[in-house]
Design a protein around this ligand. Structure first.
Ligand code: IVH
Length: 678
């Protein structure tokens, strides 16, 4: 084929494939079979490799591009991604409608036109199109700054690399939700479990993990999907005057838009829509956790504006959380990374919200005593969204065979070492240290977790096997594993073994902050790890630092400073660190942070949980507010930090689940004692 005909054919094939994707993903009405698609796709690939000069950046073959990275770059959103006010009762929704009408000066008899949409339980993304071409994809982050996930977004086939049609603004930001369809979620977890990995708790976590994948090739193997629900800067020329029309325009532009949205006039139809959606919730092919109602007229939206981080023209009406009944089979103790014991109830397995539940957190001993939960009791259990299930109350108690009231064990249920009281805390710790297999497993889990060295595929079961067979004692041992040793393990095939070895290899390229966090130093969470990295600049500096030198870092006080110093001066720890570095774990140089920033918590949103021992809650809140921070009541994805006191409640679970950094009282006190960055 000559150059000119190759060019024509490449253009033709690209257009045909784009059209197929549009028909398949947006119209849900494909004309080609899979085989036909593959045939065209392969022909295009062949031609492009013979005539690379004719391959365009947005060619359908170029969805997977770029290589794995260490971290995702931050992206500042021009127009912040807002969150939504939430309601859970019809009366609250009616109050929302009243406020809207008052602000717009509308009579009772003059109802508002709303659009009702499902509230997708996925991740908000912003897709930037310049001159019609997708140039950037970013996560929502805290609404102001997200992460650059362009390479992964490009692999999502329902997201057009080029907008269809013309008359679009030259710079258009399409917003929507990336999610994993229920079916794909189930299939993905099956594969993970078969390979001995730790399955995702729910579709949203799976979608988040996949989107924030550092390797676009892995992301491309996860069938993520997308629904568009809006645009950035909606009040601009060339865009429709109603939200409902905007959704139709977006669909014409090649974006998947739900068929579930409705234009609804007044409160009554909105409530009916909500009930209808709730009834069909389980039949929907995607997870939804409520409905979103938006004022349809863009002019009215503009008039209403927004408060804080939420628009006044939209509201999320959440589905009630699902409650189920089951029986407590046992009360067990889980041993954390630092040895602390947490009571958990093993229950007769039940399904709630599409997930099988076999355990429920009991939070702490006080909680068990207060609710008087014992083995044999019939309890009602709640799983709100993807929160760790918890027991709400005991429904009925067996007259005979009711277990004794629960007390702390005297020795560690895993290693048998005596337990010790944690000074000033209502908790108990196993004294076995890293000799305790449970602590060993937890510290390996922490080391390989997503926020730490992010070793893909190293799940709980596998860690259990590695520790139990004695193959791995410290994180450094991971780097000596090879395929031969791994395939000796039960249920481990050559392919999985090779994948794991590759993932371990990949984890060697990290950042100093991640590395410090991964070490699991007491008192050092993600925030402090970053602070240490950015103020000391290198591991050598940290290893050589004296305790008082650490204390000169703004935000590090005596307790953290001491814990860090002790950790780095322990010969065992130093040996593990040396071995990790010898194995090739490395990071790029760190940019040192400059000195104190005014209003150091400007824009940060804090949530407090548990009882603070040394300051009052008011004192803590005043301090945070005066430094520019805000205080929230519940933990959401926009929470910047959760301050954790004694006997923390479910907010701590929420923080862990959402990956919100937690701050101990000690860390807080240190912030309070010194000026500077957190
Ligand atoms: S509109 C200004 N529409 O809900 C309006 N958001 O609390 C802001 N979400 O993280 C968003 N489904 O990702 C909108 N149909 C929908 C949505 C939706 C889910 C999420 C969104 C954001 C959160 C806002």
């Amino acid at each position: 084929m000559d150059r000119e005909s190759a060019r024509d054919r490449i253009e033709k094939l690209s257009a045909l494939i784009r059209e197929h994707d549009y028909r398949y993903y947006v119209l849900d009405d494909p004309e080609w079979s899979d085989a036909e698609y593959d045939r065209h796709f392969r022909e295009l690939e062949k031609l492009e490799s013979a005539f690379p000069e004719w391959m365009s950046q947005d060619s359908p073959t170029q969805r997977v591009s770029g290589t794995a990275r260490n971290d995702l770059a931050p992206v500042r959103h021009d127009d912040p991604l807002l969150s939504l006010e939430k309601v859970v009762e019809a009366s609250e929704f009616e109050a929302f409608d009243r406020r809207v009408r008052e602000r717009l000066g509308r009579e009772q008899s003059d109802p508002i036109a709303y659009v009702g949409e499902p509230k997708y339980d996925g991740l908000a993304v912003s897709l930037l199109y310049e001159e019609g071409v997708l140039t950037r994809g970013a996560t929502r982050g805290d609404g102001l700054t997200g992460e650059d996930v362009t390479a992964n977004v490009r692999t999502i086939r329902s997201i057009p690399l080029r907008i269809r049609g013309s008359h679009w603004p030259r710079r258009l930001e399409v917003r929507g939700e990336i999610y994993l369809p229920k079916e794909a979620f189930r299939a993905l977890n099956q594969v993970i479990e078969k390979e001995g990995g730790r399955p995702f708790v729910n579709a949203r976590n799976a979608a988040a993990g996949s989107l924030r994948q550092l390797d676009p090739r892995v992301a491309s193997a996860r069938p993520l999907a997308f629904f568009a629900y809006g645009v950035g800067r909606p009040f601009q020329a060339n865009l429709p005057e109603c939200h409902s029309e905007l959704l139709e325009r977006l669909r014409e532009g090649g974006f998947p838009v739900t068929r579930e949205y409705r234009r609804l006039i007044g409160v009554g139809p909105c409530l009916a829509y909500f009930r209808g959606l709730l009834e069909r919730r389980n039949e929907l092919p995607f997870e939804a956790d409520g409905a979103v109602f938006k004022v349809d007229e863009v002019r009215e939206q503009e008039q209403l504006g927004s408060v804080a981080r939420a628009p006044r023209w939209a509201v999320a009406f959440k589905f009630p959380s699902e409650e189920v009944t089951t029986v407590v089979e046992a009360i067990e103790f889980q041993i954390g990374r630092t040895g602390t014991l947490t009571p958990v109830a093993r229950v007769a397995p039940v399904f709630a919200g599409g997930a099988r539940i076999a355990h429920a957190t009991l939070h702490n001993m006080d909680e068990i005593a207060r609710k008087d939960i014992r083995v044999g009791d019939t309890v009602s259990l709640r799983r709100a969204g993807d929160v760790i299930p918890e027991i709400i109350r005991v429904l009925s108690r067996q007259d005979s065979g009711r277990g004794p009231s629960v007390d702390w064990p005297r020795s560690c249920p895993v290693c048998g070492a005596p337990v010790e009281q944690v000074p000033d805390e209502a908790t108990i710790r196993c004294s076995g240290g890293l000799h305790c297999p449970a602590q060993r497993k937890e510290s390996l889990r922490h080391f390989s977790s997503r926020a730490a060295l992010d070793i893909q595929g190293l799940g709980e079961k596998l860690i259990g096997q590695l520790v139990d067979t004695g193959l791995v004692k410290t994180p450094a041992d991971l780097y000596r594993l090879d395929v031969a040793r791994l395939i000796a393990l039960e249920r481990m095939g050559p392919q999985s073994a090779a994948n794991l070895v590759a993932a371990i290899e990949q984890s060697k390229q990290t950042t100093l902050a991640r590395f410090l966090y991964a070490l699991g130093i007491r008192e050092v969470g993600q925030v402090t790890a970053r602070l240490l990295a950015e103020s000391m600049g290198s591991l050598e500096a940290l290893l050589g630092a004296q305790e008082d030198e650490l204390l000169t870092i703004e935000g590090i006080g005596p307790v953290i400073g001491h814990a860090v110093w002790v950790f780095f001066n322990d010969p065992g720890n130093r040996q593990v660190i040396d071995r990790l570095r010898e194995a090739g774990v490395q990071w790029p140089n760190v940019e040192l942070i400059s000195d104190a920033v005014p209003g150091r918590f400007a824009g940060a949103l804090f949530v407090l949980t548990g009882k603070l021992a040394t300051v009052t809650r008011e004192e803590a809140e005043t301090f945070l507010r005066e430094a520019g921070g805000r205080i929230g009541q519940s933990v959401t994805r926009k929470t910047s930090y959760v301050i954790v006191g004694e006997n923390p409640g479910h907010k701590l679970d929420d923080a862990r689940r959402l990956g919100v950094p937690t701050v101990s009282e000690t860390e807080l006190l240190e912030w309070m004692s010194k000026p500077g960055l957190p």
